[in-house]
Design a protein. Structure first.
Length: 430
């Protein structure tokens, strides 16, 4: 027998949330099989079996927070058939007032409120409730069902989720559509966050969303954050892409997008104004002599910022290829922790969603972030007498005023603009 434990999650990550189980109690598993998916602050990780056996007990359920090294399940010896027909001797013949070992450990892992049985389930019914699987107990709590009244189909009397689902099936509405749990009334006797007669839904925030919320608030509370704006005439870049995109893709097997131009322009500006590539460490400044550029990606579970390492040493096709790989991993939720850690400066593109202007929030401890926006035709004065419609993009630089002066931030953004409007100059910045 062995415990299924939460593995080491990497530097600075001490806990996670069980996202989902891929096995159930009684399943036969082999060494290396993926058992569960764990959600951390940054990525989702898989927990694998360390030996062959049968899932004899699941101690922690999906949605529960767990710490590194904590046991969340148990793998026993034998086969699934053996487990179902009495592979757990303590469960096969429970003594009066006793609880099977696996069920007892599962009950101990439940929150305190969850393991307190209602008065109606005391005495003989308490033994029945103790024999229920963790999933059955959770389902019964959600539906307000007394486990002492649920009939078990299992020969040893263990109650499963199917038993809870089938409870009260004789009443056509009882099992099919259980009455939802009512929110606890407030002092005024009203449901919290809902008006009388109005439908509402309470949904638990994912660990990643909680982390995003915490970090964004932290950035605003700890940094003296300001934003400066400028605009870029994208005519030259659009012309290059129009003339070169087919040959570029045929040669490099990757599309020529905007991100390589902006990454190169940012690096050129960082070299000219290195304080935007620094970090505050106590009373010291860390001036970074390398350029690891974070690219914000909108994924299903929330915003992530994978990092293009040593971007100053990469060519245009190498940058496009690396960004494409990281974005694909982000959307598939397969990014590794090293791919998310570090970064000296961040670029975010709200323009892909139609944003015309925004004030991006710093990705601390970085002190600068560049915001890209939608390209839009606008009339631009060429001189005192002439105007022309040009493809223009507003760009925004949010910066930490604690170490970056306003003049330096404005000059940085002007330099980005100049490099983008003269793309050939980017070759000299590489």
């Amino acid at each position: 027998m062995s415990e299924i434990k939460v593995p080491d999650l990497g530097e600075s990550i001490s806990e996670g949330t069980i996202y989902k189980w891929l096995v159930k109690e009684g399943d036969t598993v082999g060494q290396g099989d993926v058992l569960a998916e764990l959600e951390t602050d940054k990525v989702n990780l898989e927990i694998s079996a360390e030996e062959d056996g049968v899932i004899s007990s699941i101690l922690r359920q999906a949605g529960e927070n767990v710490a590194v090294g904590e046991a969340i399940g148990i793998i026993g010896a034998g086969s699934a058939a053996g487990a179902a027909s009495g592979g757990k001797p303590e469960a096969a013949a429970p003594q009066s007032g006793s609880v099977p070992a696996a069920a007892a450990s599962a009950a101990a892992a439940e929150p305190a409120a969850a393991v307190t049985a209602p008065a109606a389930a005391e005495g003989a019914a308490a033994g029945t409730a103790a024999l229920a699987s963790p999933g059955a107990r959770k389902l019964a709590r959600e539906r307000g069902i007394d486990l002492g009244e649920v009939s078990a189909r299992d020969p040893i009397g263990r109650i499963g989720q199917a038993d809870v689902n089938g409870h009260g099936a004789a009443g056509p509405q009882a099992a099919a559509r259980p009455e939802p749990a009512k929110p606890a009334p407030t002092a005024a006797g009203k449901a919290p966050h809902a008006e009388d007669g109005k439908a509402t839904e309470r949904k638990r925030m994912s660990r990643r969303r909680l982390t995003i919320a915490s970090r964004l608030v932290e950035a605003q509370q700890t940094a003296a954050m300001l934003t400066t704006f400028n605009e870029v005439d994208m005519t030259a870049i659009l012309d290059i892409r129009k003339r070169r995109k087919d040959a570029f893709k045929e040669k490099h097997e990757v599309g020529l997008g905007f991100m390589s131009f902006f990454t190169k322009a940012v690096i050129g500006a960082l070299k000219a104004y290195p304080m935007l590539n620094a970090e505050i460490d106590g009373e010291d400044l860390l001036l970074k002599k390398y350029y690891d550029i974070g690219i914000a990606v909108a994924a299903k579970e929330g915003l992530v910022v994978p990092v293009v390492r040593d971007a100053d040493r990469l060519s245009f096709p190498e940058i496009e290829r690396r960004i494409g790989e990281l974005a694909s991993k982000a959307r598939a939720n397969t990014l590794s922790l090293p791919e998310l850690q570090g970064g000296t400066f961040t670029i975010t593109n709200g323009g892909v969603f139609g944003s015309l202007l925004s004030t991006p929030i710093l990705n601390t401890p970085q002190v600068g972030i560049l915001g890209m926006h939608k390209i839009q035709l606008r009339p631009i004065a060429l001189d005192e007498e002439r105007t022309a419609n040009r493809p223009m993009m507003y760009i925004a630089l949010s910066y930490d005023h604690r170490i970056v002066d306003g003049s330096e931030a404005v000059s940085f953004l002007v330099r980005v603009k100049e490099l983008l409007e003269d793309p050939e100059s980017l070759l000299l910045e590489g």
